[in-house]
Ligand binder design. Structure first.
Ligand SMILES: [Zn+2]
Ligand SMILES: [Zn+2]
Length: 309
C-alpha cells in the first residue's frame, strides 16, 4: 500500500496479565506488536475464514492461485499464549478489555490506534467519501469559543502551541490529565461533521474506563508518515511533543510548538508492518498441501464459482 499515514495516538491500558508478559509491557507499540495477531485471528473467525486450524486471507477473486494465497496456522499464533480458549478466559474477565463494551466477544481489547488527521468521513455517499477530518483543527475551533477549556489545558498540561500537542507529552498521564483529555475529546467529537468512528469511540471509552477503574493509560503520539509499501518514512519531528519539524515549527535548535531545546529527531525509515501473521501457505503446507486445503476450503465456503489453480 502506498500513500500517507495520518498522525495517530497509540494507546494501551496498563493492566498486568499473562498475555502482556513481555519486556516493557506497558508500551502501546509493543503491546500492539505482540497482541495484534490475536485480533487478526478473531476477525478471521467472524468472517468464517478458519478451517481445520488454518486461517485464510480474505479472498474475492474467482481464481485461487495456490502460489499466492496467504494464511497462517492458528497454533503458530497462539503458541505463546496457550490456545484460543485460554485467551478467551483471560480476556473475558479482564477489567482493561474496553473493546468488550461494544463487542461482547472481543479479546485483547486493551490497546488501540486513534487516527488524528486526514480521517476520511465514514459516511459515504454512493461509495464516495465526503471529506476529511482533522481533530487538531477541531480543537482549535473549540478553543476559539471556549476560553475556559483553554485555561484548564494550560493549567494541567505543558503549554504548547497549538494546544493539541501538549495533551500527549506525558506518556502516562495522571488521573487529572486523563479527565481533561476525556473532556477535550468529548468536545472535539461533538464537532466532527460525521459519525464517530470506532477508533475514536474506543479511545474515548479507554480514557473513561481508565478514570473509572483507576487503570493507568499509556499514550504515544505517532507523527504523520509516508509509505512506499516497503518502508515507512517518518518526517523529522520534535522528540518531546511529536509535532512535525518544519520551518514554521522548528528553528533547528528549538521546537516552536513545545519550546523544547535541541535538534529535532532525524527522519526515520522503518519497515512497514507487512502482512504478519499471514504468509504464503505453500511455505508451511507445500504446494500439494495448499491445493488440497484450498479445495476443502472452497467447499466449506460453498464457492462453486471459484477455481483452484
Ligand atoms: Zn487483559
Ligand atoms: Zn516539541
Amino acid at each position: 500500500m502506498q500513500g500517507k499515514t495520518p498522525e495517530f495516538i497509540r494507546w494501551a491500558l496498563a493492566h498486568e496479565c499473562p498475555l502482556r508478559d513481555f519486556p516493557k509491557w506497558t508500551d502501546p507499540n509493543r503491546t500492539e506488536r505482540h497482541l495484534r495477531a490475536i485480533r487478526v485471528y478473531q476477525n478471521a473467525l467472524k468472517q468464517d475464514r478458519v478451517l481445520n486450524g488454518l486461517v485464510v486471507q480474505p479472498l474475492e477473486t474467482e481464481v485461487l492461485d495456490v502460489e499466492e494465497i496467504l494464511g497462517f496456522r492458528v497454533h503458530d499464533v497462539f503458541e505463546f499464549y496457550g490456545d484460543p480458549k485460554a485467551v478467551s478466559r483471560t480476556c473475558e474477565s479482564c477489567p482493561a478489555n474496553v473493546l468488550r463494551q461494544t463487542d461482547s466477544s472481543a479479546w485483547v481489547g486493551c490497546f488501540g490506534l486513534m487516527p488524528v488527521s486526514e480521517v476520511v468521513f465514514p459516511d459515504l455517499v454512493r461509495d464516495v467519501p465526503q471529506g476529511v477530518v482533522d481533530l487538531r483543527e477541531l480543537l482549535e475551533e473549540e478553543l476559539q469559543q471556549n476560553r475556559l477549556l483553554g485555561e484548564r489545558i494550560r493549567e494541567v498540561f505543558d503549554k504548547t502551541s497549538p494546544a493539541w500537542y501538549g495533551l500527549w507529552i506525558s506518556r502516562s498521564p495522571s488521573a487529572k490529565q486523563r479527565n481533561l483529555q476525556l473532556k477535550v475529546l468529548d468536545k472535539i467529537l461533538e464537532r466532527v461533521p460525521c459519525r464517530v468512528t470506532p477508533p475514536w469511540d474506543a479511545f474515548r471509552r479507554a480514557l473513561r474506563l481508565s478514570i473509572e477503574q483507576d487503570i493507568p493509560l499509556h499514550v504515544q503520539l505517532v507523527p504523520e508518515a509516508e509509505t512506499d509499501g516497503v518502508y515507512w518514512f517518518v518526517d523529522s519531528h520534535c522528540g518531546r511533543c511529536g509535532a512535525r519539524a518544519t520551518s514554521q515549527t522548528h528553528t533547528g535548535t528549538q521546537c516552536l510548538v513545545c519550546k523544547n531545546e535541541g535538534r529535532p529527531r532525524d527522519p526515520q525509515r522503518r519497515f512497514v508492518r507487512g502482512k504478519r501473521p499471514y504468509w504464503k501457505m505453500t511455505r508451511f503446507l507445500g504446494e500439494d498441501g495448499t491445493r488440497e486445503f484450498l479445495r476443502k476450503y472452497k467447499q466449506h465456503r460453498g464457492w462453486d464459482h471459484v477455481t483452484v489453480r
